[in-house]
Design a protein around this ligand. Structure first.
Ligand code: GDP
Length: 361
């Protein structure tokens, strides 16, 4: 483990905000996530790119490289953004933390040509219900007839470079989206005109095809988190880990494992954990914590490497006995020096909460 590994810190630390991507089918959620991941790999080529389980971490220095003049890294002390890899509101609703949403913040993707569609409205309802702050990515701006793409550029720059006709066509589409947000009870505007992101929804025109506006999207998400969520991001990284199961699956050589996101504290490879299962809480001992091997390492037989510990917020694969009954969306809590029965009771309470929501839906 390197000296700079944040998991070795004992003080309170600011964790990475967890970001979810929502929106109607085919509006570009997957393309947008792929683009962010791709841009992060390119921008971070000088440094090591670490792979993650179930989520993509984009560190502040990479965001600042992608965003160029838009971001002054000294304005931020949050470490970056962690994007949940499975987009859509099903995963958003399933992945919970302490009764709320696992994601701290969301991007609602809306196709500029298609506007609001049934799943856009469903996503809005869920965001409202969970009081999750969000911004709107008005996607596919490159499909406006006559658009002249400027790969990877900030959006105002590329909009200014378009013909008057194209600009007015795009603006018309963007104002329709702003109108639809308003019909749904949200005051919204182009992000560069929004002063208070708590009171107003910022709309960021983007293209997941040409990366135009991606610098803006990352900058706005970073700014929003830093400004309004810093307190919620304060965690004790040395505390016992708390997380959510993304997926229960077989991993060669390890049997049934959990892909999980840890959103508080730290999980260690010798911890005892309580996991939500179909028949109630499962109490088990961690056998191994696994991460994908770094890309630059020569491929070996083993896809994963073992790590000693993982600190929030991050994805990890947990190998332990007795996980067959574990459920996606269920809580995970480390016992460590805490009272065992108290931790079990917390997991039971969280499980009851999940059952209630499942019945409602
Ligand atoms: P999802 O269902 O919301 O995840 O949507 P996808 O990411 O699968 O995108 C649906 C289709 O739209 C795919 O064919 C993408 O290539 C295309 N697409 C997504 N974003 C853009 C964009 O910004 N510009 C263009 N021209 N096509 C896009």
């Amino acid at each position: 483990m390197s000296d700079t590994d944040p998991t070795t810190a004992t003080d309170d630390t600011l964790r990475t905000p967890i970001v979810a991507v929502l929106g109607h089918v085919d509006h570009g959620k997957t393309s947008l996530l792929d683009k962010i991941r791709g841009s992060a790999v390119t921008a971070g080529e000088s440094g090591a790119i670490t792979q993650h389980i179930g989520a993509t971490a984009v560190p502040l220095e990479v965001i600042s490289e992608i965003a160029g003049d838009l971001v002054d890294p000294t304005d931020f002390d949050l470490p970056g953004l962690l994007f949940i890899d499975t987009p859509g509101h099903h995963s958003f609703s399933t992945l919970r933390s302490r009764g709320g949403a696992l994601a701290d913040i969301a991007i609602l993707v809306v196709d500029v040509n298609d506007g609001f569609q049934p799943q856009t409205l469903e996503a809005i309802d869920i965001l409202k219900r969970t009081q999750t702050p969000f911004i709107v990515a008005a996607n596919k701006i490159d499909t406006v007839p006559g658009w002249n793409p400027n790969e990877g550029q900030p959006v105002q720059q590329t909009m200014d470079a378009q013909s008057d006709r194209v600009q007015s066509d795009l603006n018309e589409k963007l104002y329709e989206i702003i109108g639809e947000l308003s019909d749904n009870g949200f005051s919204a505007d182009m992000y560069w005109r929004v002063q208070n992101f708590q009171a107003n929804i910022g709309v960021v025109p983007v293209s997941a095809e040409t990366s135009e506006g991606i610098p803006d999207l990352l900058t706005v998400m970073m700014g929003l988190s830093q400004r309004y969520m810093k307190e919620e991001m304060e965690i004790d990284t040395s505390g016992p880990g708390v997380g959510t199961v993304l997926e229960v699956k077989d991993t060669q050589g390890f049997g049934t494992t959990l892909d999980a996101i840890i959103y508080d504290g730290t999980i260690r490879n010798d911890d005892t954990i309580v996991v939500g299962g179909l028949q109630g809480p499962i109490i088990t001992d961690v056998r191994a914590l696994l991460r994908p091997r770094p890309l630059e390492e020569i491929r070996t037989e083993q896809e994963f490497e073992q790590v000693e510990q993982v600190a929030a917020a991050d994805g990890v694969k947990i190998a332990a006995p007795d996980l067959d009954d574990a459920m996606a969306g269920a809580p995970i809590r480390v016992i460590r020096d805490r009272d065992r029965s108290e931790v079990i009771a917390e997991v039971e309470a969280e499980l009851a909460e999940i059952e209630v929501t499942t019945q409602e839906e």
